[in-house]
Write a protein that binds this ligand. Structure first.
Ligand SMILES: [Zn+2]
Ligand SMILES: [Zn+2]
Length: 260
């Protein structure tokens, strides 16, 4: 047996050990993750710390609760081929414009949304786009930039934050334990404190507001012209390209994912 035989044997042994580790650790881990996310066990574990309850309005579990008098929804998902875990916090609040801050490597929304302009952001890895650059720059200067840098600091470098006239939407590519959820809620509070105004109470009122104001799209805060589609469930109008960008309804809490 010469040196190269030893090398080959070692190579196969290493492969065998690698496969065993995969079977012993990775597969049960994936199973636990799936149970946590798809069966809502993770949300149920977080329910006590936010004072909410898990509901399934569209079949998928959501944790619904109130924070400072505002309705909020927390979701967990696993997406893509690699079953990447996502945690999403949706807060019922209206902002004066539309702003997206998304990591360039984020799973969702790495592209520039329709009807938006880039806002210069040379310091960090987030791409920021908004319907109104002056409004967005004001917000960033008055504290939003520091908040976003802070979020990337603890939640990993793949984050997505969206401010619209219907809700504030925060998505991070990790799952949170009950002792970490406070950080996400605190981030949400501070964003709402900077940019938020109380939104009308229900989806129907949002629809009325949209139509009375001459038709402003909730995704991009731009006037409704060109091709318009409505959510099959709540009838909220969207630009066709905004609907396609989001892939679902933009109204707070609406599970609508089809135009009709
Ligand atoms: Zn739009
Ligand atoms: Zn809807």
């Amino acid at each position: 047996m010469d040196g190269s035989d030893v090398f080959v044997i070692l190579f196969y042994l290493l492969g065998l050990v690698g496969c065993s580790v995969l079977i012993v650790y990775q597969i049960p881990r994936q199973k636990r993750l799936r149970a946590r996310v798809e069966e809502g066990q993770g949300l149920a574990a977080l329910a006590a710390s936010v004072g909410g309850r898990v509901e399934r309005p569209s079949g998928r579990p959501e944790l619904r609760f109130e924070r400072q008098g505002r309705p909020c929804i927390l979701r967990e998902e696993m997406v893509g081929r690699s079953r990447k875990p996502l945690t999403t916090l949706e807060i019922r609040v209206a902002t004066d414009g539309f702003l997206v801050a998304a990591s360039r490597n984020s799973y969702r929304f790495p592209t520039i949304p329709p009807h938006s302009k880039s806002v210069s952001n040379p310091q960090d890895s987030l791409r920021i786009t908004a319907s109104d650059a002056a409004w967005a720059e004001g917000l960033l200067r008055s504290g939003l930039r520091a908040l976003l840098v802070g979020l990337s600091g603890w939640a990993g470098d793949s984050v997505h934050v969206r401010l619209t006239t219907s809700c504030v939407w925060i998505e991070i590519e990790t799952l949170l334990s009950p002792d970490k959820i406070g950080k996400l809620l605190e981030f949400g509070d501070r964003v709402v404190g900077l940019a938020g105004a109380d939104a009308p109470a229900g989806a129907v009122e949002v629809l009325d507001t949209v139509e009375e104001s001459g038709g402003i799209c909730q995704v991009c805060s731009s006037p409704m012209d060109g091709a318009v589609v409505r959510c099959e469930l709540c009838r909220t109008p969207h630009h066709a390209d905004c609907w396609e960008y989001l892939g679902r309804c933009s109204t707070f809490g609406c599970p609508g994912a089809r135009a009709g």
